[in-house]
Design a protein around this ligand. Structure first.
Ligand code: ADP
Ligand code: ZN
Length: 437
């Protein structure tokens, strides 16, 4: 049941002690880099003076801007000859950042992912198809090494060529898949078009969904359609990539592996620490990384720690589902809205298909929200009254959730743009004021 029972079920006091040792080691290691070397010298920081993991609050945060300013090698803590791998963020919010690994880092990372996969029931006799980008993006190679470490047959199918993906699933009897949620929705659509029935034509039993925010409703659609148990996977390239936090079979929050990462939640403006249960910005420190340790990294992700212990017996704390990044929040007519709230509501409506796009415009100085929603194609055979009624129903449901009434436009399946990587849910046209209508 456990990949590493000792580490996964460690009593909290023992875990805290391990964290302290690893934190002191991390600070010494980080001090070898240009970036932290200078900070520690300027501020007179001595790793030996850190007596409790909470003492980390005396150290400054690290931001994406710091990583960019020190690009490319300024945070490297080992000789370049020791470095064996480079990964990069997807660049969703601007210039991508780069992270380096040595052999040990790659091994530790693979082990963490094997731990995640094993936790959900993946075993050596599983056939694991990894439908994520192999390249600078961390989802591909990260899960690939994890699958191999566990001993599952690992198929590096990458992204795209959806028909071939489905064929591979059929030919090799794939039981476990890993993919970003927007691609899972795409595959559903293609399977429907091809007349593939997952319950009789495929052997899938487990799916890992990660790398982008998605709602509980999307998880449930994936579970129902593919007949799988779907688990939420969270990570970011600055902290290796996937393998930072992962759902266990209880599916109530994602265990953050606290033997490898030190977790803080801070108020995004004041940066003051928040209590357990309060939502704020997630801040993470690597505890085992050798080539490029990162201290107090501001993830920009809004997260909340679930209080209480998990019935599965693991002692590592759990993160609630992530609503998005601090900069994903839209402010429309003075109301704060996260795109994932739109998704959650849309996906509960059975007529709604697999894709949507939020368009923000400014007319006569007033912000408006328009949402294009793909609906099942047979719906367009209905008369205008039915279609108008459906638009109103969707607008009404959204108004209840968001407190703002969006304009709804129904569109045919496969008409909205799809990005090759992470889904782009919002098109903000507010800088080009639209003439009054
Ligand atoms: P980028 O920040 O450029 O997208 P990454 O590929 O490193 O680069 O993506 C990490 C980010 O993806 C996280 O910081 C988070 O915003 C998002 N993310 C990853 N996994 C999840 C998840 N399970 N739920 C919500 N958001 C996620
Ligand atoms: Zn658990």
């Amino acid at each position: 049941m456990y990949w590493n029972q000792h580490l996964e079920t460690m009593p909290r006091e023992v875990l805290t002690k391990l964290q302290l040792e690893r934190l002191q080691w991390t600070l010494r290691q980080a001090g070898k880099s240009q970036h932290y070397g200078k900070i520690f010298a300027d501020r007179g920081i001595e790793p030996g003076k850190i007596k409790h993991p909470e003492d980390i609050r005396r150290l400054p945060f690290t931001t994406k801007e710091n990583l960019r300013a020190r690009f490319p090698y300024g945070l490297l803590s080992v000789d370049l000859k020791e470095v064996v791998r480079l990964h990069s963020s997807s660049g969703t919010t601007g210039q991508a950042t780069v992270v380096f690994h040595n052999h040990k880092d790659i091994e530790n990372w693979a082990d963490l992912i094997a731990r995640c996969m094993y936790m959900t029931g993946v075993r050596q006799d599983d056939v694991f198809q990894n439908l994520t980008g192999y390249g600078l993006f961390t989802g591909g190679l990260g899960f690939h090494y994890g699958g191999e470490r566990l001993g599952a047959l690992t198929i590096p199918s990458g992204t795209g060529n959806t028909k071939r993906q489905i064929l591979l699933m059929q030919q090799f009897g794939t039981t476990v898949i890993h993919l970003i949620p927007s691609y899972a929705m795409r595959i559903m659509q293609v399977m429907e078009e091809l007349g593939v029935d997952p319950s009789s034509d495929l052997k899938l039993r487990i799916a890992f969904l990660g790398a982008e925010p998605h709602s509980e409703e999307v998880r449930q659609r994936v579970e129902r359609y593919f007949g799988v148990e779907a688990y939420n996977s969270y990570g970011l390239s600055e902290m290796n990539g996937p393998g930072v936090a992962f759902e266990c079979p209880e599916k109530v929050g994602m265990h953050i592996w606290e033997d490898a990462f030190l977790v803080e939640i801070v108020e995004p403006q004041t940066l003051e620490p928040l209590e357990e249960g309060q939502e704020g910005e997630l801040v993470l420190t690597t505890l085992t990384r050798e080539a490029m340790p990162i201290i107090r990294y501001r993830t920009n992700d809004l997260a909340r720690i679930l209080p209480g212990q998990c019935p599965c017996g693991r002692t590592h704390r759990r993160l609630a589902r992530i609503m998005g990044r601090t900069d994903d929040m839209l402010i429309i007519k003075g109301v704060n809205i996260f795109p994932i709230q739109v998704e959650q509501t849309l996906m509960e409506i059975s007529e709604v298909g697999q894709n949507y796009l939020i368009i923000l415009e400014r007319r006569d100085g007033i912000d408006t929200m328009r949402i294009q929603v793909e609906v099942r194609s047979e719906i367009f055979q209905e008369d205008m009254r039915y279609l108008k009624g459906l638009e109103q129903k969707i607008a009404h449901e959204l108004r209840n959730e968001l407190l703002v009434t969006p304009k709804i436009e129904l569109v045919e399946p496969n008409t909205l743009p799809r990005s090759p990587g992470k889904a782009v849910r919002v098109e903000d046209r507010r800088m080009f004021e639209t003439a009054g209508s």
